[in-house]
Design a protein around this ligand. Structure first.
Ligand SMILES: [Zn+2]
Length: 216
């Protein structure tokens, strides 16, 4: 937390999130707005966006500023997409994000077409449009994660694998999806060899816990 009235929060290359005290005034008493802004920063950290930005500069010393800003704005949209996933799964409303973007626009923080050319963030109006799309994506794809777990626990590995793949087609950077998909694939292979996994499994552990413990 940084004592600074400027409205800002950012993810840094050391996997930390820094929040200016000014951010709290911008979200008022809305827990959903605060949750969305923090989920957006969390997505930057989990997706290693600060490191990817540095890596891009190191690998492309001749890249134009325009190319860098394009990458940066893509990462912003991606962070919003995962912020929708994280907030909804945690029980907050992603509409808090839209409210916050609207507050910022109404308070005069929207970028003009002129300043847009030189900033790393897309404008708030564009982000509102995208967040609505991300909410639709959530309703279409996110539940496949839960379906896949139910299939996995009932021994239907084929449908479990299909459901994890459907989930990952929308959320390719959600690591737990790959972890669980690997468990489903391994379980399928073991069952095809005629080994009854239930016999190997301690009754208190789920299949996911079992493989996670095995790998540690
Ligand atoms: Zn951001």
């Amino acid at each position: 937390m940084i004592q600074n009235e400027e409205i800002n929060a950012f993810a840094y290359i050391n996997d930390s999130i820094y929040v200016h005290t000014g951010l709290f005034t911008s979200v008022g008493s809305s827990i959903d707005q605060l949750a969305f802004v923090l989920a957006h920063e969390l997505a930057h950290v989990l997706m290693k966006h600060p490191a990817k930005g540095d890596e891009f500069i190191n690998k492309n010393p001749n890249a134009t500023e325009e190319q860098y800003l394009k990458l940066s704005r893509e990462m912003e949209f991606e962070a919003d997409k995962y912020a929708v996933l994280y907030t909804m799964r945690a029980g907050y409303s992603p509409l808090g994000g839209i409210e916050w973007f609207n507050n910022m626009t109404n308070d005069g923080y929207e970028y003009t077409p002129h300043t847009m050319n030189s900033v790393t963030h897309p404008n708030f109006t564009a982000r509102v449009v995208e967040v609505f799309k991300h909410i639709a994506t959530y309703y279409e794809y996110a539940r496949n994660f839960e379906y896949a777990q139910i299939y996995l626990n009932s021994g239907d590995y084929k449908n479990s694998i299909a459901s994890y793949n459907k989930f990952l087609s929308a959320y390719p950077n959600f690591k737990e999806g790959y972890n669980n998909l690997a468990v489903a694939v391994l379980s399928q292979k073991i069952s095809q060899k005629g080994i009854n996994l239930e016999v190997l499994l301690p009754t208190t552990l789920s299949k996911v816990d079992f493989f996670t413990n095995l790998l540690q």
